[in-house]
Design a protein around this ligand. Structure first.
Ligand code: 5RP
Length: 225
């Protein structure tokens, strides 16, 4: 199986954990896209009724197009389960997210969820976090000053730009700075430092917040808890 097939495999596996009547956080990214497709199939074929709480405009559009009822995080009083992708996951279930520039909304939805599940192909499982650049969502105003400070701290920042050389914008119209760290030895300390910097709205380390990981392996999906 290639990477896309592994993503589809875990997307299909994840929707088995969704029960009729649940409020479900819907993450963002190519793996989640497969999961939302599979959820749409269940809604259509089995008639299950769920409320989806999307973490991006992209996911909201996809869910609506498949007939899934969508509400914002502020319109629900709880979220039973959030299913999301990840860019890197260490063996102790810490992760990096934000490759799709949605980590602010993803973290808001995850921290308001009773349970959080990540779905990934096996290439995302790592011994140590940090090879994947750590995304930061930053307010455009003053972002060059934030960038310079991060550079001075030796954190190897890079603004995320699109193919036309324009800043990639989040759904909140903020910029993204990626930190090219190579390895992250003290994720909690780094997360604390970053979130204290004025102008950084959210950082992409998701620590101590996931209950279940489904890994797409060549011999089938592996559920880790
Ligand atoms: C978006 C994310 C995604 O979940 C993460 O980038 C994984 O994406 P994909 O499933 O496309 O590999 O954090 O902000």
């Amino acid at each position: 199986m290639d990477q896309n097939e592994l993503k589809e495999l875990v997307g299909k596996e994840a929707v088995k954990f969704i029960k009729d009547g649940m409020v479900v956080g819907l993450g963002t990214g190519s793996t989640v896209k497969f999961m939302v497709d599979a959820l749409g199939d269940r809604v259509k074929n089995e008639g299950i009724s769920i409320i989806g709480v999307p973490t991006s405009d992209r996911t909201a559009d996809q869910a609506r197009s498949l007939g899934i009822t969508v509400k914002s995080v502020d319109e629900v009083d709880h979220i039973d389960l959030t299913i999301d992708g990840a860019d890197e996951i260490s063996s102790d279930f810490q992760g990096i997210k934000g490759g799709g520039a949605a980590h602010l909304f993803e973290k808001i939805v995850a921290t308001n969820s009773t349970k959080v599940m990540w779905i990934v192909d096996e290439s995302k499982m790592v011994d140590q976090l940090g090879a994947f650049p750590l995304p930061l969502e930053v307010i455009p105003y003053g972002s060059t000053q934030v960038y310079k400070k991060l550079e001075k701290e030796g954190l190897h920042p890079k603004f995320r730009m699109d193919a036309d050389g324009k800043h990639v914008l989040t759904d909140s119209k903020n910029y993204v700075i990626d930190l090219h760290l190579g390895e992250i030895n003290h994720p909690h300390e780094l997360a604390d430092y970053l979130i204290k910097q004025v102008g950084i709205v959210e950082q992409g380390l998701f620590l101590d917040m996931v209950n279940t990981v489904i890994v797409g392996r060549q011999n089938g999906p592996e559920v880790l808890q």
